[in-house]
Design a protein around this ligand. Sequence first.
Ligand SMILES: [Cu+2]
Length: 146
Amino acid sequence: MNTSFLPRFALATAFLLVSAGAAVAADRTPSAAGAEVYIVSPKDGAKVKGPVTVVFGLKGMGIAPAGIKFDNTGHHHLLIDTSVPADLALPLPADEHNVHFGKGQTETTLTLSPGKHTLQLLFADYLHTPHDPALMSKKITIVVEK
Ligand SMILES: [Cu+2]
């Protein structure tokens, strides 16, 4: 019986696993060193009335529409009353809490119900997957008054 089979098989398996892991990590688009995403307005803690205009800030990278692959670019996503997803290696969902600005918009106007709301920006690449490391703003809280 050939006893060298098992160690070789184990080594080959380990190699495949490492390769697969490296491939997954390489799939994420790198963010530029020092790049920053932030909410210009409203300010954290602001009390606002009526529709609220949210202005998106970006430093150190550029905006490109969704679907367009170009180095050091991406598009904004506004997370409304939700948190950044646990797995940043996946494309962001698109729903009322995760709004994509795939045309390259840098601001939006929201109609929110009266009360407290949280807002956070998350930048992502042409496939809607956050960069590595991910670029996100601070999560702010605003109060919409009647
Ligand atoms: Cu998107």
